[in-house]
Design a binder for this molecule. Structure first.
Ligand SMILES: Cc1cc2nc3c(=O)[nH]c(=O)nc-3n(C[C@H](O)[C@H](O)[C@H](O)COP(=O)(O)OP(=O)(O)OC[C@H]3O[C@@H](n4cnc5c(N)ncnc54)[C@H](O)[C@@H]3O)c2cc1C
Length: 366
């Protein structure tokens, strides 16, 4: 495809090949159901936590509570939604399967693209917002509550002694602590490898553009997910952000104009005349992706070492719930949702599960 949603870099790379093989093993209906079920559980809980956080703190981040719409351009895509719907039903998630008219009623800005729409799956309970505004505001709240942030400091390694982490070594010295949480996204495996942990987290690159809205009546109301190109087009106040694509190319952070063109194509095709395409900013990021799509949350490698990574394409969606689950576990409280199947243990052979000794921490594959 000229505007492909998936790009695999040609350079052979053992980590990439091993990750892809494990990912492919998860591409069965049975595994999909298990993995999607875990993610829906965590995402639903996260939304509850986010609503509670908003009520408690009044945090503002261009948030909108207008649902999201997965847009299908072909009947084949409409039919394939059956699998998603089964999982949504099982998880008790509200949804609406819409025809073309239904899509236009939910997102009137799509009028100009009506002929290209076959249908859509709307999740009325979904929310959207500006992640940068959210994290910045959250950091301020955390600071006021006594959290010290050390920006621009690099973690070099963890020191372990007698089954416990004693300190984290940084480029600005050692930091001691009672408990340590690794949340380094795709960089987590490198830090944990010397401890015998083989985290199957690979950087999956994505791109986004942000454009000023010039005609609000043609712009999205909320988020429209263009299923054909796997691009999410979101309204952020008076801007549109379009993000997506999955590129497997290691830690490369270059910005090829071809990828930018794909994002412009999707936005222009669905929301013609909504935004100024000549005034856009282009960005890329590396998503920390596990081969089963589910993040890794829980204790591993030492009595006081905790992991919170591998959230892939849904890091913000699952953020508040992941944080809450982890805070509960670190504090010795039971988490409000089932969390045993979110841990690193699921990658270990059955005989090694539940142990934290370094020599038992070899995953079953790769
Ligand atoms: C284009 C694009 C669009 C996306 N859209 C969405 C979306 O709509 N909804 C959604 O839920 N998710 C989305 N995501 C996914 C989301 O961004 C990720 O899941 C999320 O950022 C993962 O968060 P994280 O904190 O685990 O890792 P990261 O965001 O990768 O953060 C890890 C941090 O650790 C730091 N770090 C790494 N190594 C070290 C070290 N040695 N010392 C000190 N610091 C270190 C890094 O600098 C970084 O700040 C999108 C991603 C991309 C690329």
């Amino acid at each position: 495809m000229r505007h492909s949603p998936l790009i695999v870099g040609p350079r052979p790379d053992l980590a990439k090949l091993s990750w892809m093989a494990r990912m492919l093993r998860n591409c069965t209906s049975e595994r999909y159901k298990v993995n999607k079920g875990r993610m829906v559980r965590l995402a639903e809980y996260s939304r509850d936590c986010l609503i509670a956080l908003r009520e408690e703190t009044g945090i503002v981040y261009a948030d909108r509570q207008k649902g999201t719409l997965q847009l299908f351009r072909t009947q084949k895509q409409v039919d394939a939604a059956d699998k998603d719907i089964a999982v949504l039903r099982e998880g008790g998630v509200r949804f609406e399967l819409l025809d073309r008219e239904g899509c236009l009623a939910a997102e009137p800005g799509l009028r100009g693209a009506a002929q290209r729409i076959a249908g859509g799956l709307r999740l009325p309970g979904d929310e959207t917002g500006d992640c940068f505004a959210f994290t910045t505001a959250l950091a301020e709240l955390a600071r006021a509550a006594g959290v010290a942030f050390r920006m621009g400091v690099s973690v070099r390694r963890l020191h372990r002694s007698g089954g416990r982490i004693t300190a984290v070594e940084t480029d600005e010295g050692m930091i001691e602590g009672d408990a340590f949480v690794v949340a380094l996204g795709p960089y987590a495996p490198a830090l944990l490898r010397p401890l015998g942990l083989r985290l199957p987290v690979y950087p999956v690159k994505g791109y986004s553009i942000t454009l000023p809205i010039t005609d609000a009546s043609r712009a999205p109301q909320s988020t429209v997910m263009d299923e054909t190109y796997k691009i999410a087009i979101t309204r952020l106040g008076d801007r549109i952000r379009a993000g997506g694509m999955a590129e497997l190319r290691g830690f490369d952070k270059s910005l090829p104009p071809r990828r930018e063109a794909t994002l412009h194509h999707s936005v222009g095709d669905l929301f013609r005349g909504a935004a100024d395409h000549s005034d856009s900013s282009f960005w890329c990021g590396l998503r920390p992706m596990t081969p089963d799509g589910t993040p890794i949350i829980g204790r591993a490698g030492a009595d006081n070492l905790w992991l919170n990574t591998g959230h892939g394409t849904l890091g913000w969606t699952m953020a508040t719930g992941s944080g809450k689950v982890l805070a509960d576990l670190v504090s010795g409280r039971p988490a409000a949702i089932e969390s045993a199947d979110l841990g690193y243990d699921r990658y270990l052979p059955a005989t090694a599960r539940g142990r934290t000794r370094p020599d038992s921490l070899r995953p079953a594959h790769g």
